[in-house]
Ligand binder design. Structure first.
Ligand SMILES: Nc1ncnc2c1ncn2[C@@H]1O[C@H](COP(=O)(O)OP(=O)(O)OP(=O)(O)O)[C@@H](O)[C@H]1O
Ligand SMILES: [Mg+2]
Length: 591
């Protein structure tokens, strides 16, 4: 089976230990029949024997040996059990650790399309609950199955050596038990797949609620969120109960069968003892080992439940394990080049799924140029710049950097040549200093300060209680929108890449601050092609060229003066923004 092969593959490094654990399980459980055997000898020689008293005096040594043997084997079994559990724990924990690291790396290397289609809560479930379930199965469920099977077989073999017919009478119950168990397993499997899905929904709701707590509070929707959570919680709980209750439908049959073992033993065994076919001691051995046959039958439901959970979780993990990013490295280069920063879009179209959002876009940016991109909301600006670092691949056409199709470039090298400040700013829960130096952890402190100054962030940072050492919360909580943007800008500049992409990075800062930032960008001391997405004419005016996007098409291109002269979209935006300013000034004057 594929899943088991996968487990075996991932046990590499601990296989010997795991096999040792399995062997110890087999040995430990086989030893379970030793004490009943010794018991049988004691009963037959010293209790249910006509010469019991004589034997007691003549063979006292044997009795002592047998009693010591019983104690010795019990101790040995306890020691073995300790050792076995340790091996299972050790090997399964090691495997868990390795797979977790692997999955984490795997998730890191996925492209944006993957994140568009996989919910965070679901990925979290895979990385935590599912992995733990698999480990638990490796350490406990497989152990229980192996031990139950061994003791079952050992008991059956031992019984056969005593009396074949009596053993067969007992085993007559096994086939119907297995049929019932099989039907149960088939019925319960889809329930556990469903259960696993509901758990993932519950986690997704929790995660979204926690990360979106500000919006929840802003709209005073706590009650609604609690209800939404309760719904998922009830769903999960119901599914859990249903799955658990299914077992109860089958439990009475299995319990009856399990009890029937004792009845058959009493009837048939008793008869055989009276006939003198088996001795009292042999009957005692049957009696003391009958649980080895009936218990696995009793536990079969619990084991099947766990196995179904195990496979439901394992399937989910394997999905991540073998997920292949659509965007991968073409080849593996060791030395990374520094690009000169030329960019070309050659008849580029792009689709999200089946919806085309960029249509036949072509333009060229020379190294060192500053190009502004403007366009109404949803026109495809972010999508367009996302194609340069290959966050997504084009559907048609080509994106070229330094004259080479980005799909032919080494991904790490390409991304290592681009500094990006994304539209929705994400800062990590770290110090401000750590956030600015995120792309280059070796950035000297003086450079951190320098880039913060260039991004007009130094002043507000120094006013914070701990300056650059101030810890910002998750996603930059504790900072204003404009402050976050400026830190993100400093972070993008600090990596000193030959291509710098700023997506709406100054939308939340005031005009004076923006002016400062523009000056810094003009005067950056390293050569750099800049692509600046902006809505304000004040931001775009100084660019070497401006591209106007409208519904995924490039409709205008030129300098500020050229576009104004064209009297198209840009001109209209310019007039609108200037009229706006004019009107504000007049209204203010009237007051
Ligand atoms: N991950 C995605 N999956 C599917 N469609 C998307 C995705 N991201 C964006 N879109 C769609 O693509 C179109 C262009 O979006 P894009 O984010 O590029 O616009 P934009 O010009 O950057 O807008 P804004 O100025 O509001 O940032 C929109 O219609 C949007 O709904
Ligand atoms: Mg955008």
């Amino acid at each position: 089976m594929f899943e088991l092969k996968w487990l075996w593959k991932n046990l590499e490094g601990d296989r010997t230990r795991y096999i040792l654990a399995l062997c110890l399980s087999v040995v430990g459980s086989s030893l379970m029949i030793v004490n009943p055997y010794i018991g049988q000898r004691i009963v037959d020689t010293f209790i249910a024997n006509d010469n019991a008293l004589q034997n007691l005096t003549e063979e006292r040594g044997l009795l002592i040996m047998l009693c010591l043997g019983m104690i010795g084997f019990s101790l040995l079994r306890t020691g073995l059990a300790y050792l076995t559990t340790m091996q299972y724990e050790w090997s399964s924990q090691n495997m868990l650790y390795r797979v977790r690291v692997f999955l984490y790396n795997k998730i890191q290397e996925q492209d944006m399309n993957y994140y568009d289609h996989n919910r965070t809560g679901d990925l979290m479930t895979k990385m935590t609950g599912d992995l733990d379930m698999v480990r638990h199965s490796m350490a406990w469920i497989i152990k229980t199955i192996i031990e139950s099977l061994t003791i079952f077989l050992a008991a059956v073999i031992y019984f056969f050596t005593i009396d074949v017919e009596l053993t067969l009478w007992l085993l007559i119950l096994s086939p119907p038990i297995f049929v019932v168990a099989y039907i149960f397993a088939k019925r319960v499997r889809p329930m556990y797949v469903d259960l696993r899905e509901r758990l993932s929904q519950l986690n997704t709701t929790t995660q979204e609620n926690i990360s979106g707590n500000r919006v929840v509070k802003a709209f005073a929707r706590e009650e609604y969120e609690v209800e939404k959570f309760s719904d998922k919680n009830v769903n999960y709980s119901k599914a859990n109960k249903t799955a658990a209750l299914v077992w109860l439908d089958y439990f009475p049959y299995l319990e009856t069968f399990a009890q029937a073992f004792n009845v058959i033993l009493l009837l048939a065994g008793g008869l055989f003892v009276m006939n003198g076919r088996i001795t009292f001691g042999e009957f005692a051995a049957f009696s003391s080992l009958i649980w080895a046959i009936s218990n696995p039958m009793r536990n079969i439901g619990i084991i099947i439940n766990d196995i179904q959970r195990f496979f439901a979780s394992l399937t989910k993990i394997i999905e991540v394990y073998y997920a292949r990013p659509g965007i991968v490295n073409e080849h593996n280069m060791v030395d990374k080049r520094r690009y000169s920063g030329g960019i070309e879009f050659d008849h580029v179209s792009f689709k999200y799924g089946s919806v085309e959002v960029l249509h036949d876009v072509s333009f060229k940016i020379n190294p060192g140029e500053t190009v502004a991109i403007m366009g109404s909301t949803g026109s495809g600006k972010t999508t367009l710049v996302n194609l340069i670092p290959r966050f997504y691949d084009v559907s048609q056409g080509r994106v070229l950097v330094d004259g080479t199709d980005v799909r032919k470039l080494e991904l790490d090298e390409l991304r290592g040549n681009i500094g990006v400040a994304t539209q929705d700013v994400l800062l990590f829960s770290d110090t401000i200093d750590g956030n600015i130096a995120y792309g280059d952890p070796d950035l000297p402190e003086k450079d951190t300060i320098e880039y913060a100054q260039l991004a007009a962030a130094h002043d507000f940072i120094t006013k914070m209680p701990e300056g650059y050492d101030t810890i910002v919360g998750e996603r930059g909580v504790g900072l204003s929108g404009g402050q976050k943007q400026r830190i993100a800008l400093a972070r993008a500049m600090a990596v000193q890449r030959p291509i710098l992409i700023l997506d709406d990075t100054t939308s939340a800062v005031d005009l004076e601050t923006e002016e400062h930032i523009q000056k810094s960008l003009r005067e950056l001391e390293y050569p750099c092609t800049k692509i600046i997405i902006a809505q304000r004419v004040s931001t775009t005016a100084e660019a070497d060229r401006i591209l106007i996007l409208d519904e995924g098409r490039l409709i205008e291109e030129g300098t500020h003066a050229e576009l104004l002269a064209k009297r198209g979209y840009y001109y209209e935006v310019f007039m609108l923004q200037n009229e706006g300013i004019g009107r504000q000034v007049t209204e203010h004057g009237k007051e």
